[in-house]
Design a protein around this ligand. Structure first.
Ligand SMILES: NC(=O)c1ccc[n+]([C@@H]2O[C@H](COP(=O)([O-])OP(=O)(O)OC[C@H]3O[C@@H](n4cnc5c(N)ncnc54)[C@H](OP(=O)(O)O)[C@@H]3O)[C@@H](O)[C@H]2O)c1
Length: 241
């Protein structure tokens, strides 16, 4: 059997203009894939396509609006793999005691990361190759909750559960999740190094994950023809301690 490869595959990366998604774009292109980059800001899309050139193209998509999602996938046409890394950080403010929770505000935390992902899968479905895949993104709070982040933790768990359910419903399309620990993207680069070091100090691997390292997990799940309904935790052992 030939070694699985993404060479010649068409891959859509929603959230591909920054951070984890951008690293997936770079790694997929390096393996010989064609990549379609989607995000909500036209300038970001243009800049990312200009940066990578070659086999990359880009289109604006606002995952908060189903019409925008439908138009995006209508333009993209047939493809092999969907990677979803879109996320907004607006809802990950300081932890709030549960008695003080703003329920409407908390519900909005599902819009981009959960409902946006589902909208993309809904409109990508008929266009994805039968032997293709969907890879979603959650985070270690799903497995290692702490006080004040119950809603965020449950939203991340919902991403894992819907992936399990859709891997049954949409088979043979494969549906998986990458669960990152702390990845050194723009958000964490803004934090002083000393503070970052404190956050990772007790991990078995006491450092942040490099974007290229987390990208490998997405590439593996896209290539891996016999894996579905699974969550791949890449956290330097953070969930163990
Ligand atoms: N970095 C970490 O340590 C870490 C750890 C665990 C989980 N995660 C999760 O992994 C995901 C990616 O993280 P990251 O660090 O790569 O974040 P990031 O650098 O902020 O990237 C987020 C991406 O989502 C896009 N986006 C935001 N709103 C959108 C919308 N309405 N429609 C379409 N695209 C939208 C952004 O582009 P535009 O602004 O152009 O729309 C950007 O490309 C997030 O969900 C994050 O919470 C990250």
């Amino acid at each position: 059997m030939p070694v699985p490869s993404l060479r010649g595959k068409r891959i859509v990366v929603i959230g591909g203009t920054s951070g984890i998604g951008e690293a997936v774009v770079e790694s997929a292109l390096a393996e010989g894939a064609t990549v379609i980059i989607g995000s909500s800001n036209d300038a970001n899309v243009r800049a990312t396509v200009a940066k990578f050139g070659g086999e990359s193209t880009g289109l604006v998509i606002n995952v908060r609006e189903e019409d925008s999602v439908a138009a995006f996938f209508g333009t993209v046409g047939a493809f092999d793999h969907l990677v979803y890394t879109a996320g907004d950080w607006g809802h990950s403010g300081p932890p709030v005691p549960f008695a003080e929770i703003d329920l409407r505000g908390a519900a909005a935390g599902y819009d981009v990361r959960y409902w946006g992902a589902l909208a993309c899968i809904k409109h990508a479905q008929g266009r994805l190759a039968a032997d293709g895949s969907v890879t979603l993104t959650d985070g270690v709070l799903a497995h290692r909750p702490r006080k004040g982040v119950a809603v965020m933790s449950s939203m991340l768990g919902a991403i894992e559960n819907v992936a399990r359910a859709l891997s049954v419903e949409l088979a043979p399309l494969r549906v998986n999740v990458v669960c990152p620990g702390i990845v050194l993207t723009e958000r964490w680069k803004k934090m002083p190094e000393e503070q970052r070091n404190k956050m990772t100090a007790t991990q078995p691997l006491p450092r942040c994950c490099e974007p290229g390292e987390i990208a490998e997990a997405y590439l593996y799940l896209m290539r891996g023809g016999f894996i579905t309904g699974q969550t791949l935790i890449v956290d330097g052992g953070r969930t163990l301690v």
